[in-house]
Design a protein around this ligand. Structure first.
Ligand code: SAM
Length: 247
């Protein structure tokens, strides 16, 4: 997969080259390019924003500068990659694990993180005539800028790419994973067997795989009920098995 990010703060995206993603880049599983939006300004002050039409506080990012930057990235891309544009915004659709999985199936993603009051909406309207556009929110709160949202989304997408996780089963068994549709993962434990007087649950040392699986599923259901009751309420009846009804 190729990922392009257009931003006025290129340094903000440096963590994308660390850890798991850094290794994916080194192995050639992920290509990453960060572009400075200001390179596409035409005035002496390298202006990227202007006052909002209709009045109000704050500034709005200029559609012409963004469109020129996007056009340059698209022009330098492989047309067969059919890039999609991702616009982080608190006013977007929720970015979920299902959306991450959908994006992981694409060959190229171009991210457009904004600052100030966001980007003039005509940038999105115009881009949507040429490519798929996803306006996505990472949660019901407002950040100062979209770069942190890009870090979140790229990490969630990249760990789903083939070969990026050491064990692909990890993503299946994760909260919201395909092995646990609509549920949170059960708590995890490791050595020592007793920590500050707290033992690990007996079921996990039973060696009986069916018991362990049953225990983990029960804990998963309990945790989901405690932390995210709305997820449990939304589960279709067929997602539950006979043992679940004892929980
Ligand atoms: N005026 C905008 C609104 O209320 O919808 C908020 C603008 S915010 C201060 C600046 C930028 O941060 C946004 O354009 C977006 O790129 C990013 N941003 C803020 N919160 C976000 C969130 N929850 N999800 C994704 N991006 C977010």
């Amino acid at each position: 997969m190729r990922i392009d990010v257009i931003t006025i703060f290129p340094q903000y995206l440096t963590p994308l080259r660390e850890s798991l993603l850094g290794k994916a880049i080194d192995r050639g599983q992920l290509q990453l390019a960060i572009h400075d939006l200001r390179e596409h300004t035409t005035d002496r002050h390298r202006t990227v924003d202007d006052a909002p039409y209709g009045g109000g506080p704050g500034m709005v990012m200029k559609p012409d500068v963004w469109a020129t930057a996007l056009d340059a990235v698209v022009a330098a891309s492989d047309p067969a990659a059919a890039p999609a544009l991702i616009v982080p915004t608190p006013a977007g659709k929720p970015f979920t694990q299902a959306v991450a999985a959908e994006l992981a199936g694409r060959r190229q993603l171009i991210f457009a993180p904004a600052r100030y009051e966001g980007i003039d909406q005509r940038f999105v309207t115009d881009a949507a005539t040429r490519m798929p556009v996803y306006e996505l929110s990472i949660g019901d709160y407002v950040l100062a800028g979209g770069e942190a949202a890009v870090l979140v989304m790229v990490e969630a997408v990249a760990r789903l790419l083939p070969g990026v996780l050491g064990n692909p089963e990890s993503a299946v068994d994760d909260s919201f994973g395909t092995g646990l549709p609509g549920l949170l993962e059960a708590p995890s434990y490791t050595r020592p067997p007793v920590f500050r007087g707290l033992p690990i649950p007996d079921e996990l040392t039973s060696g009986n795989h069916a018991h362990i699986a049953r225990y983990r599923r029960d804990e998963s259901l309990r945790r989901t009920a405690a932390h995210r009751p709305e997820l449990l309420a939304a589960l279709p009846p067929e997602a539950l098995d006979a043992g679940d009804y004892q929980v």
